[in-house]
Design a binder for this molecule. Sequence first.
Ligand code: NAG
Ligand code: NAG
Ligand code: NAG
Ligand code: NAG
Ligand code: NAG
Length: 387
Amino acid sequence: MKLVHLAAGLLIPVLAHAAPTSSKPVHPKVKGTPKVLGLVTDPSLDRDSCGSAKFNDRVLWVCRDTQNWGPDGLPTFPLITSSASWTEYNSHGGPRLVTPAGADTAEYLMYGDNHNQSFYPLLYDECNETQSGQCGDLSRYALWPDSPPMVTMTNPDASVLAYTWVKKSHIMPDLSTLISDPATSLYRVNYVPYRDGPTGLPQVEIVNETFWGENEIPYGDYGNVVQDGTAYLYGQNSNGTIALAKVDPLNVEKKWMYEYWASGSWTSQQPASDDPSINIPSVTAGGQGTFYWSDTWQSFVWIGQHSQSVSADFYITTAPQPQGPWTEPVNFYSGVNGNYTLGGYTLQAHPSLTTPWGNDIYMTYTKTDVVDGQAIYSHPLIHVQWE
Ligand SMILES: *[C@@H]1O[C@H](CO)[C@@H](O)[C@H](O)[C@H]1NC(C)=O
Ligand SMILES: *[C@@H]1O[C@H](CO)[C@@H](O)[C@H](O)[C@H]1NC(C)=O
Ligand SMILES: *[C@@H]1O[C@H](CO)[C@@H](O)[C@H](O)[C@H]1NC(C)=O
Ligand SMILES: *[C@@H]1O[C@H](CO)[C@@H](O)[C@H](O)[C@H]1NC(C)=O
Ligand SMILES: *[C@@H]1O[C@H](CO)[C@@H](O)[C@H](O)[C@H]1NC(C)=O
């Protein structure tokens, strides 16, 4: 029997239920019009691409490039490659929004001490003289997380253990990559309340800088979901192939414990990245998004962006098993785009803000507007109810 912390801090026993046997596809329908509730924001930071995970009785958000605001109201340099924040639940286990006096937009306030340090530390061979990973030759190690930390353990003392895989992307100013399929680092994320304090963030350590080598599928980076005592890890290579691995959540650091989906079955032999039998059709719409498990639908769910899109057009697909069959991804909601070149990206679902047995989901995206020639980011919070 596992003990799971609810938002309210209650400990409840959760009975492991049998793997779903039904293969009936679920085609979710939106009920009414989704509501834009307000903005998720740390008013002291300008940053993009935030994903979230439930860390015991709070939500941990991890974002990509982060800037402090200057006295002129514009973001300052240097960049910080990633940063994290906390948000609080309301008494129903949903997001606690507040409307500042005199403002007309509600805010879901993020807080936490980043100390101008990248949340996922840059290592000595990643141009780490600055926290942006900027090298002397204009290239940059952009250690941008594609998924929030995957929680593998919540202990009775409220400490939380999680993991994240981040590609060692080495890019040029035009965002082109110097290595199409770089190696992937595995980081351990550990929050200990008495050590880290209420505004302190989890401590992050590198487990292995090249957990997945160059030209290997970066399993876990593209998405992950822990369900029924197994961690399912999705990886996407530069050719757009999306493949799946699985491991016991307690053995994430042990590469020899992993199994891989290839030729229609699980194998302990890691397949080659160009093996056509590893690709999972329709598992996503090709872009960035979030995987989660829905008890209500007895389905795995993916919500995110189309590979060809830089707009806030949200797609959904579902499957009874993590390897599929997945339904054809459909566009079910479109948000307002910003007026910058990349008007809407990093479309994320936030299963952290609802329960697996709920009939709703919260979502965000990065909306980019240009003000005085600089990119200004905001994160609208959207609430979707299903029929
Ligand atoms: C972070 O850097 C900004 C300037 O870029 C500075 O104003 C701020 O005090 C720094 N914060 C910490 C915690 O060092
Ligand atoms: C650069 O990385 C090394 C470890 O690889 C670390 O010891 C050092 O503190 C880092 N430097 C900065 C400025 O982060
Ligand atoms: C990192 O993982 C790779 C792949 O399993 C392995 O070859 C390498 O020895 C590991 N490095 C360290 C420092 O453990
Ligand atoms: C990517 O596609 C190219 C051209 O189809 C092929 O030559 C290459 O082997 C593929 N690489 C991977 C890692 O799938
Ligand atoms: C883009 O949108 C922002 C925020 O609404 C606004 O301040 C700015 O003037 C707009 N810029 C252009 C070029 O329309």
